[in-house]
Design a protein around this ligand. Sequence first.
Ligand code: MG
Length: 203
Amino acid sequence: MKIICIGRNYADHAKEMNAAAPSEPMFFMKSDVSLLRPGTPFFYPNFSNDIHYECEIVVKIDRVGKNIAEKFAHKYYSEIGLGVDFTARDLQQKCKENGHPWEIAKSFEGSAAISNEFIKKEKLELSSINFSMKQNSIEVQNGNTSDMLFSIEAIISYVSRFMTLKKGDLIYTGTPKGVGPVQIGDELQGFIGDTKMFEFKIK
Ligand code: MG
């Protein structure tokens, strides 16, 4: 399976990163070993001193497709989850400065936390899904898919121009503003609406 992550899909997050909002979707990938299984702790890696959380709506692909037209993209997924795109911000900054690829900052082991449950898309208003994350019981991020620069359908269509999407692939659709560092001992809880989607510790 592939893990595809959209960068800068919320204007307010692009702004807090001092980055321009993109004119077309921008994506990067994580590998299968990046997936942090539900209920398992995130172990703070020894190669970074500035790991940030990015809470994101995650789309699970459930049908094989390539060159998917945007109007048919809704047929390629049926469930929505919630995840955290963990980022080694210090390494990412170095990669950016050197014009290097991002993998060491984004695709390290355990860097893609995912919810245990996924919600059937029929149960959600896809164009206005409210989601949030708490760090030690304090809300640190709150976003709504209505603020996405590129919709789920637009993302699926765009990514499938470059690579075949397969059953089980996950698409992290970008983070709203409010990203920040985690510390060992923190507890993160993610919500879609009022439904708790994940809860785990930083160790
Ligand atoms: Mg992200």
